[in-house]
Design a protein around this ligand. Structure first.
Ligand code: UDP
Ligand code: MG
Length: 143
């Protein structure tokens, strides 16, 4: 039975650190189907738009600088209860607070350079998947 959707991103720290393969393996092991993925180098306007909800936060400029510092790898993920299940797999924003066995605990460097993104609601998941992938991509890659 098809599940629900979330958007994950292997962030630039993890791509540069050659942790992407291990992170994608972990995601698959936890029951997610990798429906689409591609290597992307975000520009500043794109990163600002993706994280627009955080534009008033003190860490916004640093976040945009980090997310544009190198390639990242967005993935459209399908699983039962995808948003909550993926948040559980990635762990707390700050790796120091992330539970054992979570991706951030095992791969993140710091609160800012924290290896992965995960959508925080079904509504945002669809917006964020649409940021990187078209309906046609998902239909063409479906299986
Ligand atoms: N972030 C940061 N400092 C903070 C909070 C967040 O650098 O105090 C960065 C971090 O990379 C985080 C991203 O901004 O993943 C988005 O923040 P959010 O609160 O949405 O955390 P997430 O949903 O990624 O756990
Ligand atoms: Mg968030």
């Amino acid at each position: 039975m098809p599940g629900s959707w979330t958007l994950g991103i292997v962030k630039p720290d993890a791509v540069a650190g050659r942790k992407m393969g291990a992170i994608l393996a972990r995601i698959e092991e936890r029951g997610f189907r990798l429906a689409a993925g591609r290597m992307v180098r975000l520009g500043v306007p794109e990163a600002r738009a993706f994280y627009a909800v955080h534009r008033e936060r003190p860490f916004f400029d640093e976040l945009v600088e980090f997310m544009t510092s190198g390639p990242c790898f967005p993935v459209a993920l399908e699983r039962e209860d995808a948003v909550a299940a993926f948040r559980a797999v990635i762990g707390a924003t700050n790796p120091a607070d992330a539970a054992e066995g979570t991706i951030r605990r095992d791969f993140a460097e710091s609160m800012g350079r924290n290896a992965v993104h995960g959508s925080d609601s079904d509504e945002n998941a669809l917006r964020e998947i649409g940021f990187f992938f078209t309906e046609a991509d998902l239909a063409r890659l479906a299986g």
